[in-house]
Design a protein around this ligand. Structure first.
Ligand SMILES: Cc1cc2nc3c(=O)[nH]c(=O)nc-3n(C[C@H](O)[C@H](O)[C@H](O)COP(=O)(O)O)c2cc1C
Length: 333
C-alpha cells in the first residue's frame, strides 16, 4: 500500500503526509506536558505551599550569592530582601513554620542585616522595616556563608566519594590571571564522558568558549552571573543533540542525558582543581534565538546549561545552598 501511494502521488505530497503523521504522533505528548506545566507550575503565582517555598528559596539564594560575591556591593538586593521578607511573613501565617528552607531563609535575612552592620553601612529604611518584622517572628541565629582557602577547597579531590562529593560546590569567584589549559580541559572532558546515557547514545555536546570577548558576550546574554562572570576564564556550553532520539516518549531524554552529563562535568572540573558555576539556559524563545546567534549551535542541538569556569583566588566565599533533609524529598513505599 505504502509503495502504491508513493508511486501515485508526487514526492512533495508524500512528504507532507509523512510530516502530518509525525506531528499527529508528537502533538498529544507535548499537549500532555503543556497541561501539567500550565496547571501545576508556579507560572501563575505562588498559590500553594510548594510554590511559595520555592519562591522563598529562589530569593534567599540570590541574597546568599550576593553575600559571597568577589566584592559584595553594600546595600545590594533591596527589592529582593524586601520581597523575601514579605514572602516569609506570608509563609509564617499560612504554613508550618518549622520548614527547614523557611528557617534558613530567615537566617539569611538576618545574615544580610549583620553583614551590613559589620561593614557600618546604614540600610535603607524600608529594608530595616521589613527585617524588623522578620525579627519579630522568632529568635534565630543568622546564617554564615562559607569561606575557603583555595588549597582547602580542593583538598579532597583524592578522597573517597563521600568526602569528594560533599566538597564540590559552585564557585563564583575566579582569579582573572589564571589560565586553564586545553590539556587540562581535555582531561576533564575525558573523565566527564563516563556519564551514563540512554542506550549509551552520548548525545551531549560541548562548546568551549575561550576567546575573552566571546566569553563576555555569552555571559552577558545569560544574565545570571552578575558580580562574578567577568572573572571567568572560559565558558563551557553544554548542549544536546536531538537527533539521537526518535519517539514521542523520548521527547525530554536529551535534557535528562544532558543534565546527567553536566553533573559529571562539574565533578570532573572539581577533580581537576577548577572552580565552576553551572548557569541556566532556561531560555525564552527570543533568548534561545539570540543565544544561537552568539554560539552557532547546530539547529539539531538544544541548550542544556552553561558552566563558567576559572581558578579560584587564594580566599573566596561560597553560598551555603542549604539542602532539605531526605524526609522532605524522598519517599519509600
Ligand atoms: C540548571 C542550573 C542552573 C543554574 N543557574 C545558575 C545561574 O544562572 N546563576 C548562578 O549563580 N547559579 C546557578 N546555578 C547554581 C545553583 O545556584 C547551585 O548549583 C545550587 O545553589 C546548589 O549549590 P552548589 O552547586 O554549591 O551545590 C544553577 C544550577 C543549575 C543546576
Amino acid at each position: 500500500m505504502k509503495n502504491i501511494v508513493k508511486r501515485i502521488l508526487p514526492e512533495y505530497v508524500v512528504s507532507l503526509i509523512r510530516n502530518l503523521i509525525l506531528v499527529k504522533r508528537l502533538y498529544p505528548a507535548y499537549l500532555y506536558d503543556l497541561k501539567r506545566f500550565y496547571r501545576y507550575s508556579g507560572t501563575d503565582g505562588h498559590g500553594d505551599e510548594t510554590k511559595l517555598i520555592e519562591k522563598i528559596i529562589t530569593k534567599y539564594h540570590i541574597i546568599e550569592k550576593g553575600l559571597t560575591m568577589p566584592s559584595s556591593r553594600l546595600g545590594f538586593g533591596k527589592d529582593v530582601i524586601i520581597g523575601l521578607s514579605s514572602l516569609c511573613l506570608e509563609f509564617s501565617r499560612k504554613y508550618d513554620s518549622k520548614d527547614e528552607q523557611y528557617l534558613h531563609a530567615i537566617g539569611v535575612i538576618l545574615e544580610y542585616k549583620r553583614f551590613h552592620e559589620v561593614n557600618n553601612f546604614e540600610l535603607n529604611k524600608d529594608i530595616i522595616k521589613a527585617i524588623t518584622k522578620i525579627e519579630g517572628l522568632m529568635s534565630i541565629s543568622p546564617t554564615q556563608q562559607l569561606s575557603f582557602e583555595k588549597d582547602d577547597f580542593f583538598q579532597y579531590k583524592n578522597s573517597e566519594f563521600l568526602t569528594f562529593s560533599n566538597s564540590r560546590m559552585s564557585v563564583r569567584n575566579f582569579d582573572e590571571n589564571e589560565e586553564i589549559s586545553q590539556e587540562t580541559l581535555d582531561n576533564v572532558l575525558n573523565l566527564a564522558k563516563n556519564a551514563p546515557s540512554a542506550c549509551n547514545r552520548q548525545t551531549w555536546r560541548t562548546y568551549i568558549i575561550t576567546d575573552k570577548t566571546s566569553v563576555g558576550r555569552v555571559l552577558e546574554a545569560q544574565g545570571g552571573n552578575r558580580g562574578f562572570g567577568h572573572l571567568a576564564n572560559k565558558v563551557i556550553i553544554v548542549a544536546g543533540e536531538v537527533g539521537g532520539f526518535a519517539s514521542p516518549g523520548e521527547r525530554n531524554q536529551v535534557f535528562i542525558d544532558g543534565g546527567i552529563y553536566a553533573m559529571n562535568l562539574l565533578y570532573s572540573l572539581h577533580y581537576y582543581n577548577i572552580g565552576s558555576c553551572i548557569l541556566n539556559c532556561s531560555h525564552s524563545v527570543e533568548k534561545d534565538m539570540k543565544m544561537r546567534e552568539i554560539i552557532d549551535l547546530k539547529q539539531s542541538e538544544v541548550f542544556i546549561a552553561m558552566i563558567a569556569i576559572g581558578i579560584p583566588p587564594k580566599n573566596f566565599k561560597v553560598a551555603i545552598s542549604k539542602r532539605y533533609s531526605i524526609e522532605h524529598t524522598n519517599k519509600y513505599s
